[in-house]
Design a protein around this ligand. Structure first.
Ligand SMILES: [Zn+2]
Length: 247
């Protein structure tokens, strides 16, 4: 295991693929003996080689990656998905329904539409600039409540706010919640970076819903894993977000 890889539970690893950017590797059978692997997020367009190296250092085969689950379309998460699809592994890529047009390349400026009703000038400016990673035309949608035979059972949880189609992935058998950018843990545990004001209320409701799940390890898109009092801390963040969002 290299120093960018950290095991969170049986068959669950965090791989730091860039500065404070995470991807997660899941062994489908939970043991890590390459029955099949699933990636959650892929980092930026330049993260592919590092991701492949880290998988090899776990004595696992990158070609065993059969599925990629994207927490959302942003280029620091979807960036290397297309590269994996073109590799020998040729995995299937999945994302939330509302993020699919961006992932498939049908909507090159998805956030511009989302920001249309936003009152913040900065929000509109940022939204116009953010573009998805290289398109994955064959990506398919995942719906809330879907379960996948990964690491003892993976449950898809809709987590709209940061983007309309943001997803979280719950591994109840492992006590792990992978929540994408629903929250950040770069300097401390905080709300995700969302320039779209109209999504703030949705974001707060998502935090509330995620905090009600049963987990003790919280893995996010950015920053270290939260392994102490993770559920309580996410619940406290949801409280603060709700007070600000509705107050
Ligand atoms: Zn991100």
């Amino acid at each position: 295991m290299d120093n960018r890889t950290e095991q969170l539970a049986d068959g669950v690893w965090r791989i730091e693929v860039g500065f404070a950017i995470n991807a997660y590797l899941l062994a489908n059978d939970g043991q890590g003996d390459a029955e099949g692997l699933t990636l959650v997020d892929t980092g930026t367009t330049t993260s592919g080689p590092r991701l492949v190296r880290s998988i090899r250092m776990l004595d696992l085969a990158p070609r065993a990656v059969g599925d990629i689950l994207l927490s959302h379309w942003h280029p620091d998460h979807s960036g290397s998905a297309a590269r994996f699809v073109r590799s020998e592994a040729a995995p299937l890529v999945h994302a939330g329904q509302a993020d699919l047009p961006a992932v498939r390349g049908d909507d090159p400026r998805p956030q511009r539409r989302a920001a249309a009703g936003d009152v913040s000038r900065l929000g509109r400016l940022l939204a116009g600039r953010l573009r998805p990673g290289p398109a994955v035309s064959g990506a398919t949608g995942l719906v809330d409540g879907a379960t996948l035979p990964v690491a003892g059972g993976l449950r898809v949880v809709a987590a709209p706010g940061h983007t309309g189609g943001s997803l979280a992935f719950h591994l109840p058998q492992r006590g792990v919640l992978l929540a994408g950018d629903a929250a950040l843990n770069v300097l401390w545990l905080s709300r995700g970076p969302g320039p779209i004001r109209s999504a703030r209320r949705q974001e707060a409701a998502t935090l509330r819903r995620l905090a009600a799940l049963d987990f003790h390890i919280l893995g996010l898109g950015h920053g270290p894993v939260v392994a102490k009092r993770a559920q309580q801390r996410l619940a406290a963040l949801a409280d603060r977000a709700q007070r600000r969002g509705l107050g």
